[in-house]
Write a protein that binds this ligand. Structure first.
Ligand code: DGY
Length: 321
């Protein structure tokens, strides 16, 4: 028996991350990446001093209350932590950590990809090629939304929102944002702040959703708020699917109120509202915001840094509880 802490990994992780986990812990890997439901998480916790998990596993209050008493920490391989009831973890003295910073750039890149893909009608354009429907070049088809000089409204101006703004400035977009609090002038960089998101929406010719999923942001983008957007707005969501009311957004895309949608995240993913697939003006990705080799390694290393700190008796950098 080694005296190293036992670390339960609930998902398959990048090779370099698993190698480091196995080097420094008695790592219980999920080699075939099987799905751990609540019962599995509870029963496997009997062997674990800490759990390294992903946003795909739900640590509800009910699960957390039944975790084995030996579990000291839950480190999530994600910046979002809506899948963990942090109050329940705190009540049991379990430290929870996430992985901010390291996925900011990759996720902001995907937001711009969604924005441009939706604005410039990537889905219809590529389908035309793939289905051999490309005829003579013409001056009037596949005309998209022009980005230069347009107003981009960013909902949630944390690290990722600011990285989206930085990229959008390179496209000469005008930045508007709504956030819990106004940023310093240095971080704001001339962007226009709205305390009330409803006041920003009429200015958002493009809207990028970059806020966390919380009870307050659940279905934020509903029919009433979509009505506040300028006609023909483009909507991008790379944060969490449940911030959008799917029925309302799909109806707006069908009516033309919204001219393009760029989504990387969906409520209930990997099951999602199938009507999105029928929308010609939707640019759809399967939650790949952080999916680069460098980023996924960095996320795993950041989660392990946090666990190393906890087992060394120090404060982890990304302590949530
Ligand atoms: C995150 O880190 O929150 C990504 O969306 C992956 O879950």
């Amino acid at each position: 028996m080694s005296d190293r802490p036992v670390l339960l990994l609930t998902r398959r992780l990048p090779e370099a991350v698993e190698a480091r986990a196995s080097r420094d812990y008695d790592a219980l890997l999920n080699a075939d990446d099987s799905q751990y439901d609540a019962d599995a998480l509870i029963s496997k916790s009997a062997q674990a001093d800490a759990i390294l998990t992903c946003s795909t596993e739900k640590f509800s209050a009910e699960v957390i209350e039944q975790l084995d008493a030996r579990v000291r920490a839950i480190a999530t391989f994600s910046v979002g932590y809506e899948h963990i009831d942090v109050a329940a973890a705190a009540a049991r003295g379990i430290t929870v950590t996430n992985t901010p910073d390291v996925l900011t750039d990759a996720t902001a890149d995907i937001a711009l990809l969604c924005l441009l893909g939706a604005a410039r009608r990537q889905h219809e354009s590529t389908a035309m090629l793939r289905e051999s429907r490309w005829g003579r070049w013409d001056a009037t088809s596949l005309l998209g939304a022009h980005v230069t000089g347009k107003r981009l409204g960013i909902l949630g101006m944390g690290r990722i929102g600011r990285a989206v703004a930085k990229r959008a400035r390179a496209f000469d977009m005008e930045i508007h944002y709504s956030n819990r609090s106004q940023l310093s002038a240095e971080l704001e960089q001339g962007a226009t702040f709205y305390q009330n998101p409803e006041d920003m929406l009429p200015n958002a010719q493009f809207l990028s959703i970059n806020c966390p999923s919380t009870p307050e942001t659940h279905h934020f983008l509903n029919a009433d708020r979509i009505a506040l957007l300028p006609d023909g707005a483009v909507v991008v969501n790379t944060a969490r699917g449940d911030i959008v009311d799917d029925e309302a957004l799909i109806a707006a895309a069908k009516s033309g109120k919204v001219s393009g949608i760029g989504l990387d995240v969906y409520e209930g993913e990997p099951n999602f509202h199938n009507d999105y697939l029928d929308l010609p003006n939707a640019f759809l990705l399967p939650h790949i915001g952080s999916a680069t080799v460098d980023t996924r390694d960095a996320m795993g290393f950041r989660a392990l840094d946090n666990l190393d700190a906890i087992f060394a008796g120090n404060q982890p950098e990304d302590k949530l509880t």
